[in-house]
Design a protein around this ligand. Structure first.
Ligand SMILES: Cc1cc2nc3c(=O)[nH]c(=O)nc-3n(C[C@H](O)[C@H](O)[C@H](O)COP(=O)(O)OP(=O)(O)OC[C@H]3O[C@@H](n4cnc5c(N)ncnc54)[C@H](O)[C@@H]3O)c2cc1C
Ligand code: FES
Ligand code: FES
Length: 1341
């Protein structure tokens, strides 16, 4: 036995793969990308949390004689578990070279692909759904995509593309024309003024009239060889031995038991969704792994007269589907437990995970945040376990099963065979509850399973089971309460006593923080259960008092819906030439390549001969002197080539940003956890990662060390310069007002979470010191510059190539330059190509994100809501180096007036220096923070005046056609006012306000809120020198055109717009124009693609170059008016006319005189308005985004599809910023949220089911290309409407409880903050038992 390794056989895209030495540590993702060079499947997190690596796996099920197709996360699927399976990747279903698959075509045409990094995963989730169900329901589509994150699109266009496969398709056309407004207001079709009569307004961003039909006969068939392998049962035990790990896959149960006896410490892996992330992300090492996925006894699911017996290796999908199927045919009485279990399974993880994860793994992972245990324990399930030594035994699944976090009472040699889940009995009632950071695809913060059994026909409790997970290191039972309530009647007295006992009995551990919230959830969940049971008893006419009607809505969990909505835009004028693409909703240029996986990102470049891998070694201390760095152990490890520190840098160990230096490698001192100290270079990524952990750094801690804005204020720790802007005489004005209010608002930071992590490939050319960098940078010229200074070579030897970025959002400007310099140093030192790809955790730790802000304000206002004076001091947390923090603060100050003419306005801005990783640019660049503070002030004034907040906003708005900002920049607010009026009208704001009042009066535990906010956002760089653009346009002899420009394509569609512009001027079709890459060798010294200014700058430059070419071609064309384009080009060539032209755009000379508070800070302003409605659950803090309407002035849109895409995508990113994304730092300054498991960006479930976007008609902008406006950044702030709507809803709850509706609420408005602000008996109790622990779990930085 186990003498030689087995041959691993599986298929990829119809081709047989035979691996003689398969490594158990190798997961499918790396195998696909590195060995088979199928790079369409992407790495986004490596932990099952993003869906970028989704592929389809098919297996033959002999029992049912059918092939089973399901999605998996390739990053968690060990290849050794794929024996006999067929894998299909995005490359296997269609390509631009052969034929697109309809899924690929539709996501592309519907504008569902921006940066494209998530697109292959989305495609594979949808493809797999269609393999199983060619005409799915919308609910099927929603469920299929729940595990795929997208940071760019806001999901709506993806859904719109895929909706065309669904059973709603026949009615699609009509539906697209209707607002589908349910509830409050009237449908737009019934509303004369609302439904567009204007003939030049379109609502069709894409047309699929000639779409490819879905033709299942085109799909790859399941390989017959694999079917035969199963039928013949040809393989016995399988054994795989890798460099460090061996995996054994037993053939049957006795083989398994034997192995478990032999290797008691080996995990019995099936889905690998617990063990995989441990190994991949946490670096846990298991020398032996047993794979249990082939043992038939573990895979069976049997119904009997007592219930169902589920094999431990049954996946959660199988369990869910089996229960769903069977409960339909069962007596309702028997199914209560199963219904509760189904409710849990529906929001447990996501499809891909449920397809892999097993019930046995979920239970025995013994993780209290996993949801099943509390429910299964409440249902009194039993486990059947078996060992070779002791045979079978049964164990109750209760609190005694769990001995500690991750530990159970199973003996090491025992395996779990099955779980028995009994039917419910008559007079038994069951409830399952969970609350998570995000409603779907998130671990629960607290979960609970509850069951009560009554004496027949009475409300007397016979038995009670209450279990909680997420309160401590293991699942607990509220045992005392369960005992003491036996014999009691289900009524108010029982409830009161239950809550008292619970409060005493359930001890919350500090682990995970949020202690008071978690405590509140335990009682709130019980209260929900109490009401649910009361309601059931009432239905049975058992003598209990009625539940007040306004309490009933608390029982209904929020339903996740599919985002839909309307988008409208103005058609181009009829006079425009039919071949001119400008102004039309053209598809993203590379959308087909992105949807087929052909689009190349930096890490898709095939390995260069002899390529090495670099991993950063980072500081574990926040402020310390480096005493010694000892890499000796690391250097002795297999595959390690070298270790770099500051002393290896040939040039300067500095990244200069204007006049601010930042060390590449810390030399003497570290000033944050995560600062780069060294870099480990090895032959493979895994070797480099493992060795990096062995570099020993010894430190001497230094003082001071602090992390928060409050501490920095105390320490007076600020960067220079401190900024101030002032209009009017603020101090004097305070003496004239009716009221003065002082307060403060805190807004936390945000992680970029672009789907593609940062990195590059540096390739030394071996001649004259030349080096090429294939890099994910938004600012290639800056990267080139930093690399040049670091290597001490001329910039002309360094070429940066940027093909595209998988999202950037401002995060790939600065830190990527440091990473590039380090990687280039490694390449020069070793003379070999070096690749750097940050892990998601390292990316989050090292590169940091959006600045947290604290705003302290004093506002003077009159009783009518008019604001006379406001004085706001902004503090941002800049982290340990300045980076772009001072410019970001300037932008916050420059936006502090938003749309309001506050006659006396003063803003001060201080950037705090702390010992955190340095914060950097993020979409909006301080705008979202600056705007948020003034809107908070407006909101508070409205509350204090007792006026609706929209009225107070209107009273204070700029109205004069010639208005001046607080920095004395002239502008006209008319478009802003149009956006505002149209937004309120389209949203039917006033009607809905009334409907919401009505809803709130009739619902005690659920409340709704609505809010509308306008925006004025400056476009362009306030540092004038950046306002420039450059391009190079070449025409080749066949007439094809190559455009190169200085911008970078990161999903925003800059290339598409550039091609549209070139097509208009050259009058050639877009298909004849190509953009290859951004390259410092072609267009030098370009500005970053940022500040919403990319298209303005690049577009003008492309226009300029094309116009120059047309000027040169004009005589040729005039001489031969009847020639074709290609003939003109050949003629021009023969006449020695240059067919290559550079274009340049000299942008505006912006700048601010900070001494005098004046200056033309921006080229122009983009305006808009947004209205959002939300509903909150006052008992859990959960919230649901109900509807959002946006009207945006983008001038004359160059491409309405891309502009709507930016608006929706930015808005959804803003939903994350203002409501769910929460970074947690430990009191030692360590970032704890380092992946999608802990840090939640918006998923499909967070998008308002109605998200309507309208581009303001008849808008012009003389300042930018073809009257358009920049739109990348402004929409993020629009999501603050959700924050204010939540605040409005909380206020409604508080008013009903007799509390003031002025209360603090920091951003993001997380479930915890919402719940705790809806103060009631449960929160009060939890707060009264608050322990003043010396050390909090996390700190608000
Ligand atoms: C991104 C992500 C999101 C998730 N979200 C949720 C969520 O919202 N709610 C939730 O409840 N869970 C969630 N999970 C956890 C997931 O449900 C569990 O990881 C899964 O159920 C474990 O099953 P598995 O087969 O993958 O276990 P494996 O990782 O294969 O094994 C886990 C452990 O169980 C042991 N084990 C497994 N089977 C047996 C057996 N038959 N006998 C003895 N020991 C056994 C193994 O030895 C191992 O220690 C999530 C996981 C991921 C990766
Ligand atoms: S990379 Fe696999 S789920 Fe994120
Ligand atoms: S398009 Fe989805 S992450 Fe960029």
């Amino acid at each position: 036995m186990m003498s030689s390794c087995s041959e691993l056989i599986f298929y990829i895209n119809g081709k047989k793969v035979t691996e003689k030495n398969a490594d158990p540590e190798e997961v499918l993702l790396t195998f696909l990308r590195r060995k088979v060079l199928l790079t369409g499947t992407k790495y986004g997190c490596g932990s099952g949390g993003c869906g970028a690596c989704t592929v389809m796996v098919s297996r033959y099920d002999q029992h049912h004689n059918r092939v089973h197709h399901y999605t998996v996360n390739a990053c968690l699927q060990p290849i050794c578990t794929l024996h006999g399976a067929a894998v299909v990747t995005v490359e296997g279903i269609g390509s631009t070279k052969t034929k697109l698959h309809p899924v690929q075509e539709r996501i592309a045409k519907a504008h569902g692909s921006q940066c494209g990094f998530c697109t292959p995963g989305m495609v594979m989730s949808m493809y797999t759904l269609l393999r199983n169900k060619p005409q799915p329901t919308m609910e099927d589509i929603r469920e299929a995509l729940g595990g795929n994150l997208c940071r760019c699109t806001g999901y709506r266009p993806i859904i719109d593309g895929f909706k065309t496969f669904s059973d709603v398709m026949p009615t699609l056309k009509n539906e697209q024309k209707c607002c589908q407004n349910a509830g409050g207001g009237k449908c737009c079709m019934e509303n004369e003024t609302e439904y567009h009569k204007d003939t030049d307004i379109s609502q069709e961003l894409f047309c699929l009239d000639d779409k490819l039909p879905l033709d299942p006969s085109q799909d790859l068939i399941f390989p017959p060889e694999l079917m035969l392998m199963v039928k013949k049962r040809s393989c016995g035990q399988l054994y795989f031995q890798g460099e460090r790990v061996k995996m054994v896959s037993p053939v049957d149960l006795s083989d398994l038991l034997e192995l478990k006896l032999q290797y008691p410490d080996a995990p019995l892996v099936v889905g690998n969704t617990t063990i995989g992330p441990e190994m991949q992300v946490k670096g846990v090492h298991y020398p032996v792994i047993i794979y249990g996925g082939r043992i038939s006894e573990l895979l069976t699911l049997k119904w009997s007269i007592n219930g169902v017996c589920v094999g431990a290796a049954c996946t959660l999908t199988t369990l869910k589907e089996e229960i769903e199927r069977n409960v339909r045919e069962m007596e309702a009485e028997n199914t209560k437990g199963y219904q509760a279990l189904l409710q849990t399974l529906q929001c447990l993880a996501a499809n891909q995970i449920r397809n892999m994860a097993t019930i046995g793994g979920n239970i025995l992972s013994a993780n209290p945040k996993y949801d099943l245990n509390s429910v299964l324990a409440a249902l009194e399930c039993t486990l059947c376990v078996m060992s070779k030594a002791n045979g079978i035994r049964e164990m109750p699944l209760n609190e005694e099963l769990f001995t500690d976090f991750g530990k159970t009472a199973l003996r090491p040699d025992e395996v779990l065979l099955s779980v028995h889940i009994p039917y419910s009995k008559p007079w038994e009632f069951v409830g399952a509850f969970r609350q998570a950071q995000r409603r779907e695809f998130a671990f629960s913060i607290v979960n609970a399973g509850m069951k009560v059994f009554f004496r027949e026909e009475t409300n007397i409790v016979e038995s009670l089971n209450i279990y909680y997970g997420g309160v401590g290191p293991k699942m607990i039972k509220a045992g005392r309460m369960c005992k003491e309530l036996v014999g009691r009647s289900w009524g108010e007295e029982l409830l009161a006593d239950a809550c008292l006992i619970l409060e005493e009995e359930v001890e919350l551990s500090d682990y995970g923080g949020k202690v008071e919230y978690r405590k509140t959830l335990t009682t709130s969940f019980f209260f929900k259960f109490y009401m649910q049971v009361l309601q059931d008893l009432r239905r049975r006419d058992v003598g209990v008092c009625d539940l007040p009607l306004d309490h009933l809505s608390a029982l209904k969990p929020f339903k996740n819906e599919v985002p839909q909505g309307r988008q409208s835009f103005q058609l181009v004028s009829e006079a425009q030439h039919s071949q001119d693409p400008v102004g039309h909703p053209m598809m993203h240029q590379a959308a087909f390549q992105q949807a087929t996986g052909e689009a190349q990102y930096y890490n898709d470049i095939p390995p260069v001969q002899g390529e090495l891998f670099v991993v950063m070694v980072t500081s574990t201390r926040a402020h310390a002197k480096i005493l010694n760095i000892d890499p000796s152990e690391a250097l002795s490890m297999a595959g390690v080539v070298t270790f770099l520190t500051a002393s290896d840098v040939p040039g300067q160990n500095r990244r200069m940003w204007l006049n601010n230096p930042e060390e590449l490698f810390a030399e003497e001192e570290v000033c944050c956890v995560g600062q780069i100290i060294g870099a480990l270079v090895a032959e493979s990524r895994e070797q480099a990662r493992r060795a990096a952990l062995r570099v020993k750094v010894t430190y001497n801690n230094l003082l001071p060390v602090f992390f928060t804005i409050d501490e920095a204020i105390q320490q007076q720790s600020y960067f220079q310069p401190k900024r101030k802007l002032e209009r009017g005489d603020v101090d004097k004005a305070f003496q004239t007002v009716d009221h003065i209010l002082e307060g403060e608002t805190y807004m936390a930071g945000q992680e970029h979470f672009y789907m593609e992590t940062q990195g590059l490939v540096a390739v030394p050319k071996g001649e004259d010191g030349e080096i090429d960098l294939f890099v994910a940078s938004q600012h290639a010229a800056y990267t080139q510059e930093v690399v040049g200074i670091t290597l001490g070579i001329d910039y002309n030897k360094i070429t940066c190539h940027v093909k595209r970025l998988g999202g950037a959002f401002g995060g790939k400007v600065m830190k990527i330059a440091s990473l590039s310099a380090i990687t280039a140093t490694a390449a020069v030192k070793t003379g070999r190509a070096v690749r750097c790809v940050l892990d998601r955790g390292d990316d989050m730790l090292i590169t940091s994100g959006r600045h947290p802000f604290l705003g302290k304000y004093k506002v003077g206002y009159n009783s009518d809501g008019s604001i006379v004076a406001a004085d706001i001091t902004y503090y941002s947390n800049g982290g340990c180096t300045l980076d772009e923090s001072s410019f970001i603060m300037e932008k916050a100050l420059l936006h502090m007036d938003n749309c309001y003419r506050i006659p006396n306005l003063r803003g001060r801005g201080l950037v705090c220096r702390t010992y955190l990783p340095s914060y950097t640019a993020f979409r909006g660049f301080g705008g979202p923070q600056g705007l948020m503070m003034i809107e908070c002030v407006l909101h508070e004034v409205a509350v204090k005046c007792g006026l609706p907040s929209h009225k107070v906003r209107e009273i204070n708005m700029y109205r004069d056609e010639q208005s001046y900002t607080h920095h004395k920049q002239l502008f006209s607010p008319l478009s802003m006012l149009h956006c505002w009026d149209q937004c309120l009208e389209k949203a039917q704001y006033c009607d809905r306000l009334k409907a919401i009042e009505h809803f709130n009066a009739n619902n005690h535990w659920k409340k709704r809120g609505i809010s509308a906010v306008p925006i004025k956002f400056g476009v362009g760089f306030s540092k004038g020198f950046y306002n420039q653009g450059a391009a190079l346009v070449n025409i080749y002899k066949d007439g094809s055109v190559l455009v190169t420009h200085g911008g970078t394509e990161m999903g925003q569609g800059i290339n598409t717009k550039a091609v549209q512009i070139a097509s208009r001027i050259l009058k050639v079709p877009m298909t004849s124009i190509h953009i290859k890459e951004t390259c410092t060798g072609n267009v030098p010294n370009a500005a970053p693609s940022a500040a919403s200014f990319g298209t303005d700058a690049v577009g003008m430059a492309v226009k300029n170059a094309c116009e120059e070419l047309m000027r040169r071609l004009k005589p040729v064309m005039e001489n031969h008016p009847d020639h074709t384009w290609s003939q003109w080009i050949v003629a021009a060539y023969c006449q020695k006319i240059s067919l290559s032209a550079t274009g340049f755009f000299l942008g505006p000379h912006t700048g601010v005189d900070w001494e005098n508070s004046e200056g033309l800070a921006y080229y122009y302003f983009t305006f808009g308005a947004c209205c959002s409605e939300v509903e909150i659950d006052c008992l859990t803090g959960d919230h649901k985004n109900v509807r959002t309407d946006i009207v945006m002035d983008v001038g004359k849109s160059l491409n309405p599809a891309l502009d709507v895409g930016q608006i929706e995508g930015g808005f959804v990113q803003g939903i994350g910023l203002y409501t769910i994304e929460e970074l947690q730092f430990s009191p030692e300054g360590v970032l704890m949220t380092r992946g999608p498991s802990q840090y939640k960006i918006p998923a499909l479930c967070d998008v308002p089911p109605q998200l309507n976007v309208h581009l303001l008609a008849n808008s012009q902008n003389p300042h930018a290309i073809y009257m358009s406006k920049g739109i990348g950044e402004p929409p993020v702030f629009l999501a603050s409407t959700i924050f204010f709507a939540i605040k409005d809803a909380i206020a409604a709850a508080r008013r009903e409880r007799g509390l003031g509706d002025s209360f603090p609420l920091s951003s993001p408005a997380t479930a915890e903050r919402i719940r705790m602000a809806c103060q009631d008996q449960f929160t009060n109790k939890a707060l009264s038992t608050k322990k003043e622990t010396s050390k909090p779990w996390s700190i608000n930085v």
